[in-house]
Design a protein around this ligand. Sequence first.
Ligand code: AMP
Ligand code: GLY
Length: 424
Amino acid sequence: MRKISNNNILVLGGGGREHSICESLKKSKNVQNIYCAPGNAGIKKIAKIANINSYEFKHVLKFCKKNKINFVVPGSEDYLEKGISDFLKLEGIEVIGPSKYASLLETSKYFTKKLCDLSGIKTAKWIICDDAKNAKVILKTKKFPIVIKMDSLAAGKGVLVAKKLNDANKFLDNIINGKLGSRKSKIIIEECLYGEEGSFFFAVDGNDAKYLGSAKDYKRVGERNKGLNTGGMGCISPSPRENKKVVSSVLKEIVKPTLENMKKLGYSFTGFLYAGVMFTKKGIYLIEYNVRLGDPECQAVLARLKTNFLDICLAIKAGTLKKLKIEKSKNISVCVVLASKGYPEKYAKGIEIFGVNKLNNEGDVKIYHAGTKKNNLGKLLTNGGRVLNVVGKAKNIKKALDKTYDICRKIHWKGYFYRKDIGS
Ligand code: AMP
Ligand code: GLY
């Protein structure tokens, strides 16, 4: 692979995922400048903040041209759904992320279900309903528990595992009344599966997919997986279910047939792809795809990568992943999310955070900023629901957890909380 020693890179986003991406890129001597928009107080220490609205793609383009950006890394699916790859690539700026069409793997559950059927991929049995009203009629004839999903993105609130008809109707009424997602969204009703879940991450260059690592995500806000769904309260990497056979099955039975059919359909995929799977008694089932790195899974997965992240991005860009060996450390990594009281619902912002400044160099434990900002006096303040991520790694899970939670206990602000059962 031809190495460009003066890479200028723009990362889009302002969470812990983007902080860890910037940090991983910074490890390469072939990087000249890392820019990030909008960034956060932690990212500001290691990258230059691009003073642009990252959702105004014309501004992004102007910035890229002015600063000779070699490629852009969009963190979240929002950019991809809005077509950032298509827009910038047409202007000659490379993007490490799929086109709007290829992003359908995440942005339309209906599309992914159809693709699974076309490709012979194991997934829960499903039917499609025109809208939530139609789903209410169909559900009257169904047995519970059952799973109801909005076709389109709904900020992590579009899925209900319904124990009884009453719960299902409440969820669908919220859609009909405009309180949740889009009224027009198609609804998928699917069979309820049982088993442990795991996320498997891949770099994809249109032809080849290379395995980056896996994670077990802790999605619920409360300990013992109680309470509301969140973007993720923590994770461990690898998934406890990971072994060579499992990785090979996910690749051969799920990811490869997906990518082959995407190509046949004219939706060739490049970027990062992760499969959310369930280990059921009947085998490994695909639950969902995401077309970018997960947050906070990215932080834990990148912590174990030995291969330089820049080299992975360059290989995706050049279509040379086949030749790249991706190596991972044998360590286990843990990410714990420190959040604002009230998250994932209403929470206050602008509260002073204590303890972080003293903790910048803790060896195997890193602190990534998610929702933070600095005020005029240089004080670190909360600026979001998920505020900080503590990521630790060690030879075994117990040591990794001990190190990580030891640092978590040294950070505090009024009304903070974190799950104490990540990895247990
Ligand atoms: P998704 O957005 O499709 O990943 O769904 C969110 C969560 O809902 C998953 O992580 C699972 O915990 C749960 N879920 C989704 N589909 C099913 C299913 N068919 N059976 C059981 N649980 C499911
Ligand atoms: N942690 C789940 C996600 O990034 O979608």
